[in-house]
Write a protein that binds this ligand. Structure first.
Ligand code: AMP
Length: 281
């Protein structure tokens, strides 16, 4: 497995693989790898596929008061995990390689970004779609893998690929969780032991909400209230949002009559965690 930092090197290597007839898979990450990232690699690794993982903490998707500078980084450990998982090439560019001068062109997907994380993190998804477009142009993958942990991000990237005719298949991968249900996240390292224990309330409240829907509850407001109540009574978490929306287009309605996304974002101290569940009805 090679680690390269220059766009020109990635282009050369992937062109060579393409000439050999291999399909290229891209797994974009911000590093500090865990089993969630590796699940994407596992799906990407198919016969005759050359797996490229990008590791880049993308400054333009962080707000001014967010955790860009303290976002955890450990390239050496990442390289070891990636190698063991079967990644063929790591692309680890410096910020100056990706943004050598002021970036004047951005990619914006309308509507899907105006809800959930898009409201609490203004500009975040434009940063994501811009960097993902750049990675798509640099790597030119046949397939790209995105975790459902960031479900809204997956929908937005899928929409971008359709709207801008990227010849790329966008493949969603289910959320990988700890034994107690907490969704794996690079940010979990910031949780104190107490916060870590309390954070199980997120997945538990989602499971309870799913059970309610299965039992016939169709009121979006009642489900959202139930989740909010559980989180506030059973943890010190401060709710950013708890929302039930269409799993297809994130539209909001009062009653559930199509597959829904139950999504939440909750802050434990300075650490903001997100989780979600898709429920088919
Ligand atoms: P990140 O490094 O957090 O930007 O994540 C890189 C990719 O890994 C994104 O597509 C995420 O959705 C995905 N991912 C992160 N955590 C998980 C998880 N627990 N399960 C599945 N995918 C994940």
């Amino acid at each position: 497995m090679e680690i390269v930092e220059k766009i020109s090197e990635v282009r050369e290597i992937t062109a060579e693989m393409r000439r050999k007839g291999l399909k290229i898979a891209l797994v974009p990450t911000m590093g500090y790898l865990h089993q969630g990232h590796l699940a994407l690699v596992k799906q990407a690794k198919q016969e005759g596929t050359f797996v490229v993982m990008s590791i880049f903490v993308n400054p333009i998707q962080f707000g001014p008061n967010e955790d860009f500078s303290r976002y955890p980084r450990d390239l050496e450990h990442d390289a070891q995990l990636a190698r063991e998982a079967g990644v063929d090439l790591i692309f680890h560019p410096a910020v100056e390689e990706m943004y050598p001068q002021k970036n004047r062109t951005t990619v914006q997907v309308s509507e899907l970004g105006n809800a959930l994380c898009g409201l609490s993190r203004p500009g975040h998804f434009n940063g994501v779609t811009t960097v993902v477009s750049k990675l798509f142009h640099i790597v030119q993958p046949d397939r790209a893998y995105f975790g459902q942990k960031d479900y809204q991000q997956y929908l937005i990237v899928r929409q971008m690929v359709r709207d801008l005719n990227f010849p790329i298949e966008v493949i969603p991968v289910p959320i990988v969780r700890e034994a107690d249900g907490l969704a794996l996240s690079s940010r979990n390292v910031f949780l104190t032991p107490e916060q870590r224990q309390e954070a199980v309330v997120l997945s538990q409240s989602l499971i309870e909400a799913e059970t309610l829907i299965r039992q016939g509850e169709r009121s979006v407001a009642r489900i959202e209230d139930k989740i909010r109540e559980k989180i506030t009574t059973q943890s010190s978490g401060i709710i950013d949002y708890v929302e039930v929306r269409s799993a297809e287009n994130l539209e909001k309605s009062a009653t559930i009559n199509e597959p829904v996304l139950i999504a939440l974002a909750v802050k434990f101290g300075t650490t903001r965690l997100i989780d979600n569940y898709v429920v088919e009805v």
